[in-house]
Write a protein that binds this ligand. Sequence first.
Ligand SMILES: Cc1cc2nc3c(=O)[nH]c(=O)nc-3n(C[C@H](O)[C@H](O)[C@H](O)COP(=O)(O)O)c2cc1C
Length: 303
Amino acid sequence: MTGVTQLDLRLAPMAGVTNAPFRLIARECGAGLLTSEEIDAKALVEDNAKTRALALHLPEEKPLAMQLLGADPDVLAEAARRLEADGADRIDLNMGCPVAKIVAKGQGAALMRDPLGTAMIFRTMRKAIQVPFTIKIRGGWDDRTLNAVEIARIAESEGVDGITVHPRTRSQQFTGQAPWDVIRTVVDAVRIPVVGNGDVASHDDARAMTEATGCAAVMIGRAALGRPWIFAGSDVAREDRARIIRRHVQLIEDLLPARLALTQVAKHLAWYSTGLPGAARMRPALFHARDAEEALSIFWSVW
Ligand SMILES: Cc1cc2nc3c(=O)[nH]c(=O)nc-3n(C[C@H](O)[C@H](O)[C@H](O)COP(=O)(O)O)c2cc1C
């Protein structure tokens, strides 16, 4: 060995993006544990058809965490039970979603503001399932309430098995550099594994985050959009990237309902075209394509 430590790189959950096809592609490129996009616990328990489709996953994705969004402990526990019965290897609780209509319901990042209520959620969910139960938190709600450490300690004492930290506060949204020192303070405060997340765009960044924070693994979100080969340890040749793109489009067509598939194809091809000459001019046509085949031929024209 050359002393280079093996990095545990994971795909971050992203609503509208990290569905089964994209997760599978990330895995094939080398991603470790995968996580579903956020799944509304109440809609799942009510057997909503669209939510059921969102929860679709494949045996090849294992190990796979399914992420829940909610605020009612009993509903979250029931949703967790169902996902476990359906084969989830872990259940993750979303404590970071900043969307106004979500936090207005006390869900996502709003849980950071309610340590007592959150403790009850942890306890109820932990009791409901056998598989590991993890949470994904922010640095806090805003700069005056940086309470990631408080939440992490409560989580540990309630039997939560791991914590992912995206250190921005809810009010920071995506502005500024993610303050990695917050990840370090959580790592130092608990004994359960802490996964670092935020602004990692390369293996060098992931290594730097690991060294700076002592995190057990690194989660990559936006930098994987149009670049799932970021998970591979080495450069990926152009023809291999083309093969990955073709396979991704095929998986979308095979696995997603028709009403979603074409938008997903266009969206991902737009990301895959980032930085290519002519990409900006090509994109509107991509979103007007009548089918995946047409979208692909528009895409290859700038590839
Ligand atoms: C389009 C989009 C959707 C997201 N959806 C979720 C989600 O469903 N659940 C979640 O915990 N985080 C979600 N996030 C946050 C990411 O998981 C991650 O914490 C954030 O993007 C910071 O990591 P990055 O700098 O590597 O992108 C989302 C982010 C983006 C850009």
